[in-house]
Ligand binder design. Structure first.
Ligand code: AHG
Ligand code: MN
Ligand code: MN
Length: 335
């Protein structure tokens, strides 16, 4: 029997990671085809339950999670953690890798034909699943995301820059299109869900107010805004043309630490962004220096063009009463 062709060229992937990364690529290529069927295929956006840690589950969330889990035996993965599972599962006691995934990111966009994705993070496995995943993001050995958009793309890092691949739908193989993605340091475009404005922490409100103040404000110019509600799609736009993304903490009880999860959303995105020359923080502290306190723990997330992420941190450095003074006529960046 002929061996199945690989879904990514082995030359682009460190050898110990190849079976796992290849399996992720193979399953992602299959998901891409399924998603492209839209309403002609099976219902993917139907509500099927909840995760038990605060999220709705759609049919495609579960399909994706089960497809990745089923592909992992024999790929060197010891532990698999997923947004869709309460605890990590054991795949193979001999495996050397710990893989965390958001199998389907942006599930509110499944039904509306807007880009969605898959995010993954790989650590070297330790003795327990907890010890493998609850550690600083800087210890990741690989991270990537797949975006299912007008075309399907993969951004991948092993800590030596960020590689950009595009799925060839004919061959079901991800082809390298860019060897060293580079994110512009400056930007005039921000992404945040402004419907939460009244509940954001003060430094973020002050930052956005200053962006909105226009020609006569402290930023002396206008800013554009985007909000897609798929983290992968925002990340892809920012990696392509620059920008800043913020999902801060807010006053809603479950959102004090924002919405996004450290292990399988924020840490891998931060690794990919930093390897492309950008920055990622929780507002002030680098995401990659932080460890999650639990598998599904959330963290505020600010990432993108380095100058802009640095600027957001300066608002967080101000004492609370000074930050509110930024709303007035004088403050950090005002003349
Ligand atoms: P998921 O679909 O994996 O639960 O993730 C959704 C996330 C992320 O993709 C996006 O940035 C954010 O939730 C959207 O949040 P709002 O619904 O608050 O806009
Ligand atoms: Mn997600
Ligand atoms: Mn998800």
């Amino acid at each position: 029997m002929l061996a199945e062709p690989s879904a990514i060229d082995a030359r682009h992937v460190p050898e110990p990671l190849f079976p796992a990364v290849n399996a992720i690529c193979r399953i992602s290529a299959g998901l891409s085809a399924k998603i492209a069927q839209g309403p002609l295929g099976q219902s993917l956006g139907d509500h099927v339950g909840g995760t038990g840690h605060g999220d709705d589950q759609k049919a495609l969330d579960v399909i994706a999670d089960e497809a990745f889990a089923a592909a992992l035996p024999g790929t060197g993965v010891r532990y698999y953690a997923s947004e869709e599972r309460e605890t990590a599962i054991d795949i193979d006691p001999e495996g050397r890798l710990a893989l965390a995934m958001d199998p389907l990111d942006g599930s509110s966009n499944i039904d509306v034909n807007v880009s969605i994705g898959t995010i993954f993070s790989i650590f070297e496995a330790r003795e327990t699943a907890e010890a493998s995943f609850l550690r600083p993001g800087s210890e990741q050995i690989a991270a990537g995301y797949v975006i299912y958009g007008p075309h399907t793309a993969l951004m991948l890092t092993f800590g030596k820059g960020t590689l950009h691949f595009v799925l060839d739908r004919q061959t079901r193989r991800f082809e390298l299109v860019e060897q060293a993605v580079s994110l512009p340091a400056r930007t005039r475009e921000f992404a945040i869900n402004t419907s939460n404005y009244s509940r954001w922490v003060k430094p973020v409100r002050a930052y956005v107010d200053d962006c909105l103040a226009g020609e006569n404000g402290p930023r002396q110019g206008t800013f554009n805004m985007r909000w897609i509600a798929s983290l992968v799609a925002e990340t892809h736009r920012i990696l392509t043309r620059g920008g800043i993304f913020l999902y801060p903490g807010d006053e809603r009880p479950a959102y004090r630490q924002g919405r996004l999860r450290m292990v399988y959303e924020c840490a891998p995105i931060a690794f990919i962004i930093e390897q492309a020359g950008g920055r990622a923080t929780d507002g002030s502290t680098p995401i990659l220096s932080k460890s999650a306190s639990a598998l599904h723990a959330r963290t505020p997330l600010v990432f993108g063009s380095s100058n802009e992420v640095t600027r957001v941190a300066t608002y967080h450095d101000e004492p609370e009463d000074e930050v509110s003074a930024l709303f007035g006529s004088r403050g950090l960046f005002r003349a």
